[in-house]
Design a protein around this ligand. Sequence first.
Ligand code: AMP
Ligand code: MG
Length: 350
Amino acid sequence: MMTEKQTILLQASGPDGGAEAIARAGEILRQGGTVAIPTETVYGLAADAANAEAVAAIFEAKGRPADNPLIVHIAHEEQLEQVISRRPRGLEILTRRFWPGPLTIICPKADRIPLVTSGGLDTVAVRMPSHPVARAIIEASVPLAAPSANRSGYPSPTTARHCVDDLWGRVDAIVDGGRCTVGVESTVISLCGEVPVLLRPGAVTLEQLREALGRVELGKGVLERLEEGSKVLSPGLKYKHYAPSADVELVRGDSAAYTAYVRDRAAKETGLWAMCFTEDQERLGEEIPRLCYGGMEDYAAQTEALFDDLRRLDALGARRVLVHAPQPTGMGLAVYNRLIRSAGFHITDV
Ligand code: AMP
Ligand code: MG
């Protein structure tokens, strides 16, 4: 059991534009504390990336396995020098096109960044977020290591309320900067091998990365379960993830087949919920409880709603959730990648 902390909640809004909250968060971080901060993707649990003890407190607060590396967040290009030892091929193209924004790039690690931050690897993940509060907090402190601010295994937090639910008493502060607009974690690409590899899909899509770099491979584990004991480029892909307490089943098929399947199952089971698309609503009928997480091809709406809906289903008392799977293209690949893990790879084709 970790000793309980006196968590404080800081409002990054109001008449001073959040200046006081930002200054206070910066101070706590400079002193080696842990602070949950808003970013455009999801809330991150931040600490000084170069301070091994501070970073260890992130792992403890989250209950995160020690070999799962963290992303280092910077506010301007000059900070890259403090974090990486060499600029790999393709870095310039990506930073010019996608930074600040939801793209994390794996590069060779500078010695200044301790191994606890990189999960023991000699590479480091770096991102420059676009969220004004995240940027201001980094400006007021140092480069920040920050994984998603949830308890390990649960859906990522997209509101300060989610961080409070998971981390109150376990971190020094939580900064409320409103709802995250992207809603899923950053895209992760490695530039450390022969060919760039997409390790985690996000709002910057595989298609956009290929347009920028030419060849980009899809990492093992993006679309399927990794085999036991297989060597993984991105350790985070090994673990159960994004899962609410309810049993999630991912259903692949068109609207008619999905809704028929859900109706059939609902006739036999209690506590069953649908997590569906706008286009499914009418066919589902009125009896079956559901959350609608966007239009079938409106991937931006799906990413924004995804984690909040998974958390809400627990609050609503759902026992089993039948989620209609999106197409794994464009930003739909990010939604699909998170959902197969929420479902523990329980996938049904109809
Ligand atoms: P989170 O910050 O919780 O969204 O997780 C960070 C993700 O980035 C995890 O999936 C990690 O495995 C991945 N990651 C971070 N650093 C590295 C690295 N040096 N090499 C490969 N993957 C990494
Ligand atoms: Mg995470």
